[in-house]
Structures are given as structure tokens and as C-alpha cells.
Design a protein around this ligand. Structure first.
Ligand SMILES: Nc1ncnc2c1ncn2[C@@H]1O[C@H](COP(=O)(O)OP(=O)(O)O)[C@@H](O)[C@H]1O
Ligand code: SF4
Ligand SMILES: [Mg+2]
Length: 356
């Protein structure tokens, strides 16, 4: 499957599969609710290679978690409408049977949830939950699996793993529970690991240890990692590639280096303005994004960001009426925004770059 490439400045073709390890193509995940159809993910595409980390950033409610659960095949309910393609190592998962996706989950792909209690059962001992997770995919005795579970608890930095193996989740602190869940997610050496805000509830020291741990395990197993967060400081540290999401779509996507040093989308500028900075005076910083994220039932027309965008008026009405497609600004760096090149360069030179 050859990767479809667009020339710089051309709209990027969606829906074309690529040869990446994970390739998400025009993914749509909508939910029927009593209030109307929630378009949580609405035409999202990205690629991820083995051994690389993709950071997905965006405010709360932008569709990050729904995207990850969608890749994991965890939205197969009557109220969810899913279309598009999720290619994992050459297999398409949206159209695959639920049974097949269940087999891949755990063995080939795993997820670390924001709240460890959503992944761990309160009534079973930590050790036996990891043992079960391992035995689903490996025909081994409980004893062999227990050795493996203790080894994993040790790897994630749980002190006295042989003793703590017999604890219940409530006997662990928040940080330890998070580590135990990570041990459970990693026990089968997943080739794709999705970490959904894995460090939000943790203090800074534990947060740094957990990010190091994910990095070490990635190095060892060459896994592909998706790191979801609203904390740009975290992605700056770990991501190779970056996807900025707004209202269920990609606003900007590219190498983390490009997106951090030459951000192109007004929403990304606002996110960078919201990032805490100790090295700058308040007056010398980018403006944080104002207002709140839109309802995904009544998504604003045209560019969904237009009600909050300081530059919407520069585009002769198209920001309000025409949905911007992703365009390639530089090789591999795509942006969905109508700003004309001369306006964008002027804003960049006068307002953004001096404050980055
Ligand atoms: N099962 C569901 N049914 C209806 N709406 C949902 C469901 N899951 C998520 N949503 C909605 O989808 C939107 C995106 O949610 P989510 O992906 O959790 O955001 P994020 O992780 O970026 O904060 C939100 O508006 C949320 O309320
Ligand atoms: S398309 Fe218009 S409203 Fe949307 S980000 Fe660009 S300038 Fe702002
Ligand atoms: Mg979320």
C-alpha cells in the first residue's frame, strides 16, 4: 500500500491507506443521544510508525479519548456509528469481527487509562489481575504467569513486588495503582500502546518516572506509542510527532519539532499561549485561547474554531462557511486553516514568532 503524498500547498488526500504500522483514515465516531448526534470524531487521519511516539493534544472534549477507544475497538455499542479505517500492521480493524479485535487487544495493542480504577477490578488482587491479562494470550500455568506479573510489577517500580502482588487496588496509592495498571497494559509487550492522560492525576516526580518508564519499554520492544494529554509540557518531552485536535478533527499535524518551533494553526498558537512558562513575562507571551470548546452536537459551521479565532475575519467569510481541509505547509506538516499565506506569514513574523 503506497503512501499517498500531496504536493506542498495541495489539500491532503484523505482515505488513502499508507504503509505505516498504524494508519487511521477518515475515522468518524458519532453517538446517538437523546440530545442529538454527537460527532466526537469527524474525519480524522494520521499515521504512526513503530518505535515512534505520537502526541495527541487538544482541550478537554476534543475527541482524544473517543479516538483511542475507537482504535482499541471499544465503541461497539448500538448507539455508536463508526466509519473510516484503522489499519494496524496491515489489518483493518473497523470492519474486523469483534472477536478478532478482542484478541488483538492486550496482545498487540493496549491502553493505559486516565483512571486506573476503570481498568482494574476493585475486588480482585492486583497480581491476579495481571496474571489473568497474561493468561488470556499465553497458555502458561498460573505459576509461570505469576512470575511474569511480579517481574512486571518490579519493572514499573513497585517496591517489594512479591508482597504487593497480593494487595487489592485500594491498598495502593494513586501513583502505585497507575504503575500497576501500566504493568498490566505492558505484560503482553503490546506493539501499540495508547496512553490516555496517563499522568494527569500524579505529582510531578511520579509523572516523570512514568514517562521514563514508557520510554524505556518502548525502546526495548520498539512499540508505537500514542500519548494523549492536554499538557503540552508532557508531549514536548516525549513526542516525535504531534496531532493537534479540535472538535473531533485534526487542526495541525507534523513532527513535534516543527509544530513546536513553527506552529501554523491559530488554535495551536492559543494552546502554546496556555502553556505555563516561567521564562517569560506575562505581557511577552502568546495569547491563550479564549472561550470554551464547542458542543459536538452543534459544531460551528465552516472552521469549527471560528467563533474563538482572532483571525476569522481575515478570510472573506470562508472561515464561517467553508470547512478547511488539511493542506501541506512543509513536507509532513499539515494545517487546516483558510489563512492566506501572506496573512499567515505576517501574523507569524509580527505576533507569534517573537513570543514563542
Ligand atoms: N459514549 C458516548 N456517548 C455520547 N457522547 C460521548 C460518548 N463518549 C464521549 N462523548 C462525547 O464526545 C466528546 C469527545 O469526548 P472525549 O473523546 O472524551 O474528549 P477528550 O478525551 O478530548 O477530552 C465529548 O463531547 C463527549 O461528551
Ligand atoms: S480557518 Fe479561519 S477561523 Fe479557522 S483557524 Fe483559520 S483563520 Fe481561524
Ligand atoms: Mg479524554
Amino acid at each position: 500500500m503506497p503512501a499517498a503524498r500531496a504536493a506542498v500547498g495541495e489539500p491532503v488526500a484523505l482515505g488513502a491507506p499508507s504503509d505505516a504500522f498504524l494508519s487511521v483514515r477518515d475515522l468518524r465516531i458519532h453517538f446517538e443521544t437523546d440530545d442529538g448526534l454527537v460527532k466526537s470524531v469527524d474525519g480524522l487521519s494520521f499515521d504512526l510508525q513503530r518505535g515512534r511516539t505520537l502526541g495527541i493534544v487538544g482541550e478537554s472534549g476534543s475527541g482524544k479519548s473517543v479516538t483511542s477507544l475507537g482504535i482499541m475497538g471499544l465503541h461497539r455499542t448500538a448507539r455508536a456509528r463508526i466509519s473510516g479505517e484503522v489499519w494496524l500492521d496491515g489489518e483493518e480493524l473497523v470492519s474486523a469481527s469483534a472477536e478478532h479485535v478482542r484478541l488483538l487487544r492486550g496482545r498487540k495493542m493496549a491502553m493505559i487509562f486516565q483512571d486506573p480504577l476503570s481498568a482494574m477490578h476493585p475486588y480482585y488482587k492486583i497480581g491476579s489481575q495481571i496474571v489473568e491479562a497474561y493468561r488470556v494470550h499465553h497458555k502458561v500455568t498460573k505459576k509461570v504467569a505469576a512470575e511474569r506479573a511480579m517481574e512486571m510489577l518490579d519493572r514499573v517500580g513497585i517496591p517489594e513486588p512479591r508482597k504487593r502482588f497480593h494487595d487489592y487496588p485500594h491498598q495502593f496509592s494513586g501513583g502505585m495503582r497507575q504503575r500497576a495498571m501500566i504493568a498490566m497494559s505492558l505484560v503482553n509487550n503490546p506493539e501499540l500502546l495508547i496512553a490516555d492522560e496517563p499522568t494527569t492525576a500524579l505529582d510531578v516526580t511520579v509523572q516523570a518516572q512514568i514517562l521514563d518508564l514508557i520510554r524505556d519499554l518502548q525502546k526495548e520492544f520498539g512499540s508505537a506509542v500514542i500519548m494523549i494529554t492536554h499538557d503540552l509540557g508532557v508531549v514536548a518531552e516525549v513526542a516525535d510527532d504531534l496531532l493537534v485536535m479540535y472538535a473531533g478533527r485534526a487542526a495541525e499535524r507534523g513532527s513535534a519539532e516543527k509544530v513546536f518551533t513553527e506552529p501554523q494553526h491559530p488554535y495551536t498558537w492559543g494552546l502554546l499561549g496556555s502553556m505555563p512558562r516561567l521564562d517569560r513575562e506575562r505581557t511577552d507571551r502568546l495569547n491563550p485561547v479564549k472561550g470554551s470548546p464547542p458542543s459536538l452536537i452543534n459544531v460551528p459551521s465552516g472552521c469549527a474554531f471560528h467563533p474563538r479565532c482572532p483571525y476569522a475575519a481575515l478570510n472573506g467569510g470562508s472561515s464561517e462557511t467553508v470547512r478547511p481541509e488539511l493542506r501541506e505547509m512543509a513536507p509532513g506538516h499539515v494545517v487546516a486553516c483558510h489563512l492566506a499565506d501572506d496573512d499567515r506569514s505576517r501574523i507569524w513574523t509580527e505576533e507569534i514568532e517573537p513570543k514563542l
